[in-house]
Every structure is written in structure tokens, then in C-alpha cells.
Write a protein that binds this ligand. Structure first.
Ligand SMILES: [Zn+2]
Length: 141
């Protein structure tokens, strides 16, 4: 994503945030010459120290570097996680011999291959297991 055009979104506080291709957002920290330094907008909330640098050249602002990793998921990841989980639940409902563990491992693998750091906590696995269980009940009773 380095070199891509800088995109911006408005925060709830109506301040301009930099948004990268994964939909992580960054708050402006410092301007030095043509370079602008940004901190992850979740710095306080998630103790995230990911940073970004943009540069203005010929009136165009581009992302020149992103320093991660983030300690949390982005909006895009959360969407992706939901999609993959939904698919897994439907798949589990159709294949009653699949064990929950296998399905969960599949979900984890799918999310990893998208090279996204996804926080998959154990509580979330529980939620997914329950959803799979309920999906099967609906499908087979
Ligand atoms: Zn972050």
C-alpha cells in the first residue's frame, strides 16, 4: 500500500483521519516539511503504536510508509471475519460430520492467508461454536 494515494475520513469528532487500504485510521501527529506523521487512531483505546507517514508532492498526498503491526482489527478485517465465519457456519450446517475444531481451524487458516492480523480470541471461538451448533439444529431438525 506504500505509494498509494492518501485517503481521508472524518472521525466522530469531525477531525480528518488518514485511512489506509485495510481501513485502519490514523490521527495527524506532526508535519515536517513535505512529510506528515500519523499515529493509529486506536492508540489510546487499543494501546496500538502503528504509525504512518505521508508525503505531499506536487499537491498530491501519498502514503510513503506504514509501520505496524496494529494490535486490533480494522473495519475491513471485521467484515472479512464475519463473512468467513458465516460461510463456515453454513458449511458446518450442511456437513454434520465436520467437527467444530476442524471448522474453526479452517476459519483461522482462511483469515491468515489474507495476511491480516486478526484477533481471534477464545471467547470468539465459543461464539462461533455456538453459532455452528444452532445452524446445525436449524438445518437438521
Ligand atoms: Zn492500530
Amino acid at each position: 500500500m506504500e505509494g498509494s494515494l492518501a485517503k481521508f475520513v472524518l472521525s466522530q469528532m469531525k477531525t480528518e483521519l488518514l485511512q489506509d487500504n485495510h481501513k485502519f485510521t490514523y490521527r495527524r501527529k506532526q508535519v515536517k516539511g513535505t512529510k506528515i506523521y500519523w499515529m493509529c487512531s486506536q492508540k489510546k483505546a487499543k494501546k496500538c503504536y502503528a504509525r504512518a507517514t505521508t508525503e505531499v508532492k506536487d499537491g498530491v498526498q501519498r502514503i510513503v510508509s506504514i509501520l505496524g503491526p496494529h494490535t486490533h482489527s480494522s473495519e475491513l478485517m471485521r467484515k472479512k471475519v464475519k463473512e468467513v465465519e458465516k460461510e463456515a457456519i453454513q458449511n458446518a450446517a450442511r456437513n454434520p460430520t465436520l467437527s467444530t475444531r476442524v471448522v474453526l481451524a479452517e476459519v483461522a487458516t482462511k483469515l491468515q492467508t489474507d495476511s491480516m492480523a486478526v484477533d481471534t480470541s477464545s471467547s470468539k471461538s465459543d461464539t462461533l461454536s455456538k453459532a455452528m451448533f444452532n445452524g446445525r439444529k436449524e438445518h437438521w431438525t
